[in-house]
Design a protein around this ligand. Structure first.
Ligand code: ZN
Length: 134
């Protein structure tokens, strides 16, 4: 079972411009920016109550964010759910026939272990599982 929505990931083409936009929209500044080299993204995080907004900008053309923006433009990219035990949750999903985009949890931004569920198995939504790194 998943917990709260941990964050909503939004694909952006210009992180600095989007940081300005979301700072105005939300009335708060990001609490961090972080590059995730393994994912070819630069991120910025805003704390909105108990949830977060993650802005993602591609750092090179092979990034999944670059192809997302090319196909669909800027906008909501994924919804991330907090889980206590990501390996157990991945197993539960596999047992229920969901395809996962990773075999093993991988390091994500903001001190998390993450895994994505195939959007074709999740009603067209890219769903991320994330657990606090132990
Ligand atoms: Zn995310």
């Amino acid at each position: 079972m998943v917990g709260k929505v941990e964050h909503i990931g939004i694909a952006v083409s210009d992180l600095q411009a989007s940081i300005q936009l979301y700072t105005k929209l939300l009335g708060i500044a990001p609490y961090k920016t972080e590059e995730v080299a393994s994912e070819n993204v630069m991120t910025a995080f805003f704390l909105t109550g108990v949830n977060k907004i993650e802005l993602l900008q591609a750092t090179n053309p092979s990034s999944a964010i670059a192809s997302f923006i090319e196909k669909r433009g800027e906008g909501i990219h994924h919804i991330a759910f907090h889980v206590e035990d990501i390996e157990a949750e991945m197993q539960r999903m596999k047992d229920n026939g969901f395809r996962l985009l990773q075999e093993k949890p991988k390091p994500g931004a903001d001190n998390k272990l993450i895994c994505f569920v195939h959007p074709k198995d999740a009603g067209g939504v890219l769903m991320e599982l994330c657990q606090e790194k132990p």
